[in-house]
Design a protein around this ligand. Structure first.
Ligand code: FES
Length: 135
């Protein structure tokens, strides 16, 4: 189940079932992402830029956001790299539509599963390390 938190025109989305506890959000915005507090997401405690930067580092896609002020931004160039025996690593801004029709925005790095074994599709959850090597 997804929860949302609002900071001005920024909507933060949190899907606990996708979290792999990498804690990149906590490292990036300690005043906002406080796992021991309720609610654990407190967007009023820091700037929109700090929050977005922290969410951009979320490797699983458990945290995402929709920035209404950035919606006018087009999908401008991004970089992609195919990792040997690993994910497709994409860097850049993208408006992503998932198989169920839900939408999310991603900036920074996003790792897409290529091995087909991730339990957090379409994102990599590190499971590729325990499957047969692939190109
Ligand atoms: S590529 Fe990482 S879990 Fe599939």
């Amino acid at each position: 189940m997804e929860k949302t938190y609002i900071k001005d025109d920024l909507t933060i989305k949190w899907n606990a079932s996708k979290c792999i506890h990498a804690a990149e959000c906590v490292k990036g915005a300690r005043k906002v992402f406080k796992p021991k507090d309720k609610p654990w997401v407190q967007p009023e405690n820091d700037s929109k830029e700090v929050i977005k930067s922290a969410i951009d580092k979320c490797p699983s896609g458990a945290l995402s956001y929709v920035d209404a002020s950035a919606n006018k931004k087009k999908n401008v160039g991004f970089e992609a790299a195919v990792m040997k025996n690993g994910p497709l690593r994409v860097k850049g801004h993208m408006d992503l539509t998932l198989h169920d029709g839900s939408k999310m925005q991603k900036d920074g790095f996003t790792a897409f599963c290529r091995c087909g074994q991730s339990s957090n599709q379409p994102f990599c959850d590190g499971t590729h390390k325990s499957v047969e090597p692939f190109e």
